[in-house]
Design a protein around this ligand. Sequence first.
Ligand SMILES: [Zn+2]
Length: 62
Amino acid sequence: MGYINDLARAHELMAVGADFEAARFWVFRREGLPCYHCGAPVVKQVLGGQSLYLCRLCQTMT
Ligand SMILES: [Zn+2]
């Protein structure tokens, strides 16, 4: 998952009405809320002292 791919997805989401920050970080701080990409609940994980927000279906971390 590289920056380019993230940005491509962000543009897809913006095309359907998401704002840029929401699109770029579509699971960020959205624990328990639906993933913008697939609708699955976002889960929070703490890794190395940092909170990460992850969609298990997309396997995408912020
Ligand atoms: Zn997802």
